[in-house]
Structure formats: C-alpha cells, structure tokens
Write a protein that binds this ligand. Structure first.
Ligand code: HAM
Length: 422
C-alpha cells in the first residue's frame, strides 16, 4: 500500500535520549530554557487557539503583508465560516485580552506553540514552525523596551550563542511613518521603472516594505533614499541610543535604519536578532512596539510591545544541551515476577527525582538487556530475578566502572543506595 508522508515543510520531532545534538533534543532543550527565562522575568503563560477567524489576521498583520497576501492557511469550516491557522501569536493575544475585557490591566505574557505559513520551504523556513513569544501590555515606550532587549541578551547567553547581532530601528508614530512614506515615494516614483514587480507593488501599497527588499537593484537605489532616522523625534532617537548603550557590554546591538518588519501593526521601536550562522533566513527572533493594534481590533488604547522567537532557528544555533540525569536501567529476568518487580521500580522512582529509571519492557536475555543499558549510557543496572526476589535481594551492577564487581544488595538497603545517587 502507498505510504503516507508528512506535508512539505512540516517536521516530525522524535528525540533520542542519547543523541543530544539531534534537532528534536535541541528544540526541546531550547523551549525549556526559554520557559525558564520568561518565568524568571515574571511573565505568565497564555495559550490561545491555533485556529482563529480569518478576519483577525487581515485586520492585524495587515492585508499588504506577505503573510496575509500569500501565506495564510485559510479554510471554510462546515458552517462556511472562513478560519485560519494562526501565522503568528500577537494578534490572538490581543484578541483574547479584548474579548476578556482586561485591556485596562497591565500584562506580561508568554506563549509557545506551532504557527503556520504557506512559504516555500528551505533551510530554516518551514510551513509549520514553532514560536515562543512574549507580549508586554499596558506600558508605554521606555522600560518595557529595555526589558525586551535584556531578555534577548539573557537568551543569547543561556544558549551560548555566537555571531549574533540585534538590529534595532524606530518607525516613529503614525504621523512620522506617513511623512516618511511620502518622502520615500517621492524619491522612488521617478526610479520606479528600475524596480521589480514585487517592489513596484509595494511602492503603491506599503512603501515602507521596500526597505526590506531582497533585490540588489532596489538595495542600490535605496542607498540614495531618505532615511527614516532623519524623520524621527529626539525622544525616538534617544530610545535607540539608550538601548544600544545600556546593553553594549552584553550583546552586539546595531542601529539599522532600513529595518522594517514584515507585519503591518508596528509603530515605534522595532528589532530583529540575526546570526551569520543561519544562512539566508538569518533572523531568529523579531518584534517591536504595536501601540495601535488593540484599538484596531475593537479594544481600548493599549500600549504594547513584544517579540517572537523562531524555535527551530534558535535551536540550531544553541551551543548548550540538556543536562541528562543519571540513568538506572531496571532489568527483570522472569515474566513470572513482573508485577512485583515493577512495584519495586515504581517505589524507587519516588525516592530520588534526580535520577531516571528505565524499566526494560522487552523480553530478551540478560546479555542483550545489559547491552541496551550500556547503549543508553545507564550508570547502573538493577537486576531482579526469581531467586533474588525470593531472598529479598537485588543485584546492582555499575556500568560506568568496568572493573567494579556487581553486588547483591538487600531490598531494604537499595532505598538508601538510590537516595544517594546524584
Ligand atoms: P516574525 O518576524 O514574523 O514576527 O516571526 C518571528 C520569528 O519567527 C522570525 O524571526 C523567525 O525566527 C521565525 N519564523 C517566521 N517564519 C518562519 C518560518 N516560515 N519558518 C521558521 N521560522 C519562522 C512575528 O511573528 C511577530 N508576531 C513578533 C511579535 C510579537 N511582534 C510583537 N510581538
């Protein structure tokens, strides 16, 4: 029969205890580190549905963005309602806060989950990928910006990242954005015959996005274009300089006047962290301030800033690994004693949570089970047969020290032996 494969751009993640370098282990380790960092900064978890009304993303991410234009996984449900697998988490967080009428309060929220974008799959770009994100709601520009950059520096350090740069820019308020877009259009219109189709379309729909163009011709043209930095207020420029100077000792931070983000809701401070080790898809996180979004989604005025991290990209850069616990392989030698033996293993597990106990579930000879214990890097094998059980004993074999003899221990003493293992 024909085999069924996963969809293109969607990964299965199967971790192996002993292969710390594999992508699944890296991803799960990265997620754990991020969770600890977010909780350490006193963020609370939020979990929103993977499916939302399609209109949510059109009204937030914006219908001039690539995401909404080309990349949404949208369907009609059985009720003919247009629904979409979320391409990002920010819109859902704000939808939820508005729906629960809690936009008067301040919130520091984090989330982790799959997102979907119908992009052309390539290295570091998937159609289902995982994001961890944070959203700081209710705080105007200032300390919240510093907190976000502090978190990025903490992530870089916790995962031992190398060759990273945090690019920052400021888009000003809506008025600055408008004035700048007009100046940019004025500069580009006489040169528009040199733009490719994509950038020509952007010129009409959302000129700011041209700054993000991958076309070398456009990039050349942009060298002479007006810079947003010249349109910014003193306070916006101060924000950029304060951020850069505050963390100069911790992270490499660079002001990039061409940094605009691919989503329409940003105003004010924006940023991306990139690594030269990632190849073409070099951003492992991005975000910014989006003070207008809550109102756009029918809520009240809510100053807000956030970021999302691409877990697969970050995990591929991580230099640290999950510390493994000491593993004990528990070997039962006869099917006649399985329930009693398992009960002993169950009790041992509760004695010391610094260790893992793997009861070998398969049939097989003692030799093959010891081979498996060695392959799994177990520190000890505990071996229980009918004779041992009858005499209330258990055999302890150290697998790390090849010269040590196995010892028979009474079941009474095994508790204190297990308790001492670190
Ligand atoms: P974004 O820049 O679209 O921002 O995505 C954030 C990160 O998700 C990217 O830097 C990248 O690492 C990862 N990413 C995006 N698309 C893919 C893909 N197809 N495959 C693998 N990784 C991907 C947002 O999503 C905003 N919601 C961030 C934000 C939060 N802004 C404010 N709050």
């Amino acid at each position: 029969m024909e085999k069924i494969h996963s969809l293109s751009g969607m990964l299965d993640l199967i971790s192996h205890k002993t292969q710390k370098e594999d992508i699944a282990n890296r991803i799960f380790h990265t997620e754990e580190i991020l969770r600890n960092i977010f909780e350490g900064y006193s963020f609370s978890e939020i979990r929103t549905p993977a499916l939302e009304s399609s209109s949510l993303f059109k009204r937030s991410v914006g219908d001039t963005s690539d995401i909404v234009n080309k990349e949404l996984y949208s369907f009609f449900d059985k009720n003919e309602k247009s629904i979409t697998l979320r391409p990002e988490g920010t819109a859902s967080v704000i939808r939820s806060v508005v729906q629960k009428k809690i936009e008067n309060e301040k919130h520091k929220l984090w989330y982790l989950g799959p997102m979907w974008r119908y992009e052309r799959p390539q290295k570091g770009r998937y159609r289902q990928f995982y994001q961890a994100g944070i959203e700081i709601l209710g705080y105007p520009e200032g300390l919240a910006e510093l907190e976000i950059v502090s978190i990025i520096c903490s992530i870089n350090k916790a995962l031992g990242l190398e060759n990273t740069v945090i690019k920052i820019n400021h888009l000003g308020n809506n008025e600055t954005k408008q004035n700048y877009c007009e100046a940019l259009k004025e500069f580009l219109i006489p040169l528009s015959s040199k733009l490719d189709d994509k950038d020509f379309e952007r010129l009409n729909k959302n000129p700011l996005r041209i700054l993000d163009s991958k076309s070398t011709d456009t990039q050349e043209i942009l060298k002479g274009a007006p810079k947003i930095i010249d349109y910014l207020s003193d306070s916006a420029l101060d924000t950029l300089n304060i951020i850069k100077n505050t963390f100069a000792d911790n992270c490499e931070i660079e002001i990039d006047p061409n940094l605009v983000r691919g989503l329409d809701y940003y105003t004010g401070f924006v940023f991306e962290a990139v690594s030269s080790s990632l190849g073409a898809q070099d951003a492992y996180l991005g975000g910014g301030r989006y003070d207008e979004l809550c109102k756009q989604l029918g809520g009240k005025d809510l100053p807000a800033i956030g970021m999302a991290i691409g877990i697969e990209r970050l995990a591929s850069l991580a230099k640290t690994h999950k510390e493994s616990k000491t593993l004990i392989s528990f070997i039962i030698l006869s099917s006649n004693i399985e329930p009693k033996a398992y009960k002993i293993a169950h009790k041992l597990r509760s004695i010391n949570n610094l260790i893992d106990i793997d009861v070998q579930l398969s049939d097989g000879s003692l030799k093959s089970k010891l081979r498996r214990a060695n392959k799994d890097n177990a520190a000890y094998a505990l071996i229980l047969g009918e004779d041992e059980l009858k005499s209330k004993n258990i055999i302890v074999k150290s697998l790390l020290d090849l010269n040590s003899e196995q010892v028979t221990m009474s079941l009474k003493n095994i508790d204190s032996f297990i308790k001492k293992i670190k």
